[in-house]
Structures are given as C-alpha cells and as structure tokens.
Write a protein that binds this ligand. Structure first.
Ligand code: SF4
Length: 343
C-alpha cells in the first residue's frame, strides 16, 4: 500500500499567507472556525487563478454573523438516525466517513458543524451504520461523503466497500470527493482498483471552475473511467468564483469533453461564515438561463438543498411570494418555504 500523504505535500502556513496575501491573525481566526489546509500544488495553481484562490483564502468575513445564516443549512445535523448517517430519502443515505479533507473549501456547508466536535466513525459506529442499513432494506444506495472519503486510506475504504458489498439491499454506491480536483496525487492504481470492486460505484467529483481542469486532473479521472467507473460532477454557484454564464459554460463544456456527466449545480447553502460566497436566487436563475441559451453541451440541474431537510429541488420550480420569500410544492403536496439569503 502506498504511504499516506505526508505533511510535506501540504503548504506551510507561512507560505499560504504569503501566496494569498493573508495576515497571520486572519489565518488563525479563520482556521479556528474551519481548518485551513492547502495541498502545495493547488496553492501553486492559486497563484495564477483568482477563482482557486478565492475558494480557499482565509477571510475575516468567515467570523462575521449574517442574519441569513442557518445553524443547520440543509438539516444534515438533524436527520441522523444513527451517528454519521444522514437520511433524507427513502432509498438512499449519506455516510459521513470522515471529517477530514485535503483542502477545506471556505464555502462548504460542513463548516456549520464544529470540526473539533465532528469526530470520525469508530468501528462501533460503523457496526451501527451497517445494522441500520440491514434493518432498512428499502435503502438502495450508500453515498460516501464526509469530509472527503478519499482522505481515508485505501485499506479503510476497501473495508467499508466490502461491508456494503455484504448487504444485499444496497445495490449501488456513490463516492463524493473533491480529491481528484484539488489533490489528484491521492489517486493511485490501488485506490481505483478498490473502487472498481464490489457493487457498481459512481464517483461524483466537485470541479467548480475551468481553472481546476488541468492535465493531472484529467489523468486521474481517466484512471477511474478506464476501470469502468462512471464519473460525474457537481458544482456550487459561488460569488467571486464562478458566478457568470461564461465561467459556467466553460466549466461544463470542458467536463463534457472529459466524459464527465453533469450532475448538479448547487445554489449556495447558508452556512455560518460563507455569506460572501452567496448569490441570490434571482441572480442564480439569470445565470442558469443564460447558460441554457449558450451551452452546446448537457447542463447540470440547478438545485437548492432545502433547509427543512426535504432534499434538493429545482430552483426554477420555486414560486416567488415576495422579494425574498419563495415556496416549493413537492410532488406529494407538501410545501417548503425558503427565504433568500443571497445578494
Ligand atoms: S466541499 Fe468537500 S472537500 Fe471541500 S470542505 Fe466541503 S467536504 Fe471538504
């Protein structure tokens, strides 16, 4: 088994501060809220990309309280029937395999949960998770999330996949990871082989900007594809990063060239400390409308993950009640409301 990444592949704090023009106090305060960590190669790429820099730059705005912040932006904390398992739907669950990432995206809704307190599942927790899946055979899909599941060792990931393989009702597995984007060095032949065994597995990456689509990223994507693993992408619409039709069309066109299927374009979630990344519903709809007019490739669904835990809904299908108030009528007649928190 290859050795896990050592600290040397991550940039020292002083280098991060210099490269991003951040003072040490800002770094320390942002880091206390949500860890700051940069793979060296991704920091090098940030020197030539304001989009990449913005996604990971520690910022004092992360310490401010915004009236639109939500303590549990997508009800991920509330909907855990057992620790480290999120269930919003009948047929699928999210498994929080780890709290660790190779890079901590400053916009991520996971920042709503205290990183210090989040913890990692123990073998006892995993036993509870697998018991729950066996006891609820209507659950057909397990989505490995985190943190980033590819921060796990190949051995640990293989163990999880083997356990899932032994639960007959689980028919497919999905891995959500940003490692192929900001830490492609993580992907080795053994990892791909681990993923290619067992239940049909899909990899959903998280490219947000064309600047992240480099030769090394393509190389590791092709490793998965060559092994028969379908690769998709979800992105987040982020102010100051990719909030223009041109940025979006360029991204999804390149990904289509790479045979990556378009999954979701997420409206940003309202986690404490990420207000400077938010766009309004109206702006998001305008951008998506322009994308639909100009793109020559299939586009992702533009979705909002509702704060009430109902899951993702198409943004365009919400009804605007007033300036900031929206509602969505679910197919079963339930109504969810949403207060716009973007600008
Ligand atoms: S988006 Fe993914 S990689 Fe980035 S901080 Fe969130 S969980 Fe980690």
């Amino acid at each position: 088994m290859p050795a896990p990444p050592t600290q040397s592949v991550f940039a020292p704090r002083a280098e991060v501060c210099t490269a991003l023009n951040v003072d040490s106090q800002t770094f320390a305060q942002a880091h206390a809220r949500f860890p700051v960590l940069w793979p060296q190669a991704y920091l090098d790429a940030a020197l030539g990309s304001s989009a990449i820099a913005a996604m990971g730059k520690p910022d004092m705005r992360e310490t401010l309280v915004n009236p639109a912040d939500l303590a549990d932006p997508v009800s991920d904390l509330a909907l855990r029937p057992v620790p480290f398992l999120v269930r919003k739907h009948i047929d699928r669950v999210i498994l929080l395999t780890t709290k660790s990432c190779h890079f901590y995206c400053r916009f991520c809704f996971r920042r709503a949960e205290s990183h210090r307190q989040a913890g990692n599942p123990s073998r006892t927790d995993w036993a509870l998770i697998f018991d729950y899946l066996r006891a609820n055979p209507e659950i057909r899909e397990a989505i490995l999330s985190g943190g980033d599941p590819l921060t796990l060792s190949n051995q640990n990931l293989a163990w999880i996949l083997e356990q899932l393989d032994q639960i007959p009702s689980i028919q497919k597995v999905r891995i959500h990871s940003r490692a192929p984007v900001h830490f492609p060095q993580r992907v080795d032949a053994e990892l791909v082989s681990v993923c290619a065994q067992g239940k049909p597995l899909r990899l959903v990456c998280h490219f947000n900007h064309l600047d992240e689509c480099q030769n090394e990223n393509l190389r590791v994507i092709q490793m998965f594809q060559t092994a028969g693993i379908s690769v998709g992408n979800q992105a987040v619409l982020l102010a100051g990063v990719n909030d223009s039709p041109a940025d979006q069309v360029a991204l999804w066109s390149r990904l289509w060239d790479w045979q990556i299927w378009p999954h979701y374009l997420h409206h940003p979630d309202r986690a404490p400390g990420n207000a400077h990344f938010r766009v309004s519903i109206q702006k998001g709809l305008d951008i998506y409308g322009q994308m639909q007019k100009s793109a020559q490739v299939p586009l992702p669904s533009y979705v909002l993950d509702l704060p009430d835990g109902s899951g993702k809904i198409p943004v365009a299908e919400m009804d605007q009640l007033s300036n900031c108030a929206y509602q969505y009528r679910h197919p079963d007649g339930r109504i969810s409301t949403y207060q716009d928190g973007g600008v």
